[in-house]
Design a protein around this ligand. Structure first.
Ligand code: DP6
Length: 422
């Protein structure tokens, strides 16, 4: 280790997206290594709207590994954090910073301590997959700081040990997590099926649904499912392998009707195995069910699917529209059915890519109030009913790119002289 006294600090900042599974991961065959019982496929969400930024730093003056999440210090003692740190340190290489006069030899990394600060650009309490982006960003930024030679697919096998779904956040676009066969998990990693430009017409609208009760975590939920559900084995062995092949083909051919059918049926089956778990797990609520019915009714009325829906371990709906025009029509329908509270400002009710609002011809609350019931529900009163307050807000986004290093030092979350959160 070189450098003057013990004063230097080296740091790296990176940004990593979150992802939504269209063929779900649910169930592990190894709890410690986080090895799944089936392959899964996801769409990466545009990091402009949903991402984690992480700054990692190293200095001989740090006396312990420390981490801050959204400004608050959190413990790094958990087994999953420790697995990621151990796996990365084991692969660290020599690092030289001539300007600072620093030379770290690969064996030095075992004795150097780290400071890590992480921030989500979306509300952490929203029940969106913040752990996927967070763990992927931790692994990616540490790999850059420590000069790892591994590619993103090999890094995904480390992120997987932090949280399964995190491995799919190492790439943009459309990503497959191959479950692998090896007992040591070396072949259980993510690969990119296509980048975000391959199918750039798609528009994603997320309804952040107000949840009253605390949900069962994915980790304990899937453990209970594997222990008690008779359907999960059928799903993992018979259903998912076929759907994976079909979904890869649908993505390759930009075949929207097949993409919709596979996405919706797989989400529904995931929630069916949750219901088949004993005691049963309910992630969706009445609002989620109303959204499904509304989309199904519209898709049927059009004769060809317009929108796919999918739900993770919570009531939030992720809807994927075939293009901007359809997304604008979807937003009109959603705002008609789930208008904001009178005192809510439209600008904070629709976040992300607000240009979809303009396409939908909605400038202010008067335009929302003037919306008429969509034609497919006119004669169906329950679904034409308006319910204020059931949705907290909507996020408009699209498929997006993978992790990037942010070289602009002003974006670092840690002070360059203190190594503490700014
Ligand atoms: C429903 O990745 O959160 O979102 O591996 O235990 O950390 P752990 O679970 P996690 O589970 C995600 C489950 C899901 C489906 C998916 O993302 O594929």
């Amino acid at each position: 280790m070189g450098g003057e006294a013990a004063k230097w600090i080296l740091m790296t900042t990176a940004r990593t997206p979150t992802n939504i599974a269209v063929i779900k991961y649910w169930g592990k065959r190894d709890e410690t290594l986080i090895l799944p019982i089936n392959d899964s496929i996801s769409v990466t969400l545009d990091p402009t709207h949903l991402c984690t930024t992480t700054t990692v730093s190293v200095s001989p003056s740090f006396d312990q590994d420390r981490m801050w999440l959204n400004g608050k210090e959190i413990s790094l003692q958990g087994g999953r954090f420790q697995s990621c740190l151990r796996e990365i340190r084991a692969r660290a290489q020599d690092v030289e910073d001539k300007k600072k006069g620093v030379h770290i030899k690969k064996e030095d990394w075992q004795n150097l301590r780290l400071h890590i600060a992480s921030h989500n650009n979306f509300p952490t309490a929203a029940g969106l997959a913040s752990s996927a982006a967070g763990l992927a960003c931790l692994v990616f930024s540490l790999a850059k700081l420590m000069n790892l030679k591994e590619d993103n697919s090999q890094l995904s096998a480390i992120a997987r040990q932090g949280s399964g779904s995190a491995c799919r956040s190492l790439y943009g676009g459309f990503v497959k997590w191959d479950m692998g066969k090896e007992d040591n998990g070396s072949d259980s990693l993510a690969i990119q099926l296509a980048d975000e430009k391959h199918w750039d017409e798609l528009v994603i609208i997320i309804a952040v649904v107000s949840a009253r009760q605390k949900e069962t975590s994915s980790t304990s939920g899937m453990r209970d499912t594997v222990e008690s559900s008779a359907l999960i084995q059928h799903r993992a062995k018979e259903v998912v392998p076929k759907r994976i092949v079909q979904m890869e083909e649908a993505i390759r051919n930009r075949d929207f009707p097949s993409f919709v059918r596979l996405t919706c049926t797989d989400s529904n089956q995931f929630h069916a195995v949750c219901l088949d778990t004993y005691p049963p797990i309910f992630y969706m609520n009445d609002t989620s069910h109303r959204i499904i019915s509304g989309v199904e009714k519209w898709n049927r009325a059009e004769g060809t699917p317009q929108v796919a829906y999918t739900f993770d371990a919570g009531p939030n709906a992720v809807m994927i529209a075939r293009n901007r025009k359809t997304a604008a029509l979807l937003l009109q329908r959603l705002l008609y059915n789930f208008p904001p509270h009178t005192d809510t400002d439209l600008d904070s009710y629709i976040i992300g890519d607000k240009s979809i609002l303009k396409d939908a011809g909605i400038k202010d609350m008067k335009d929302v109030e003037a919306l008429t019931p969509p034609p497919e529900v006119k004669d169906n009163i329950p679904y034409a009913q308006k319910s204020k307050g059931d949705v907290s807000y909507f996020i408009c986004t699209r498929p997006g790119g993978g992790p990037v290093v942010l070289s602009d030092e002003t974006q670092a979350l840690l002070g360059p002289l203190t190594g503490l959160p700014k």
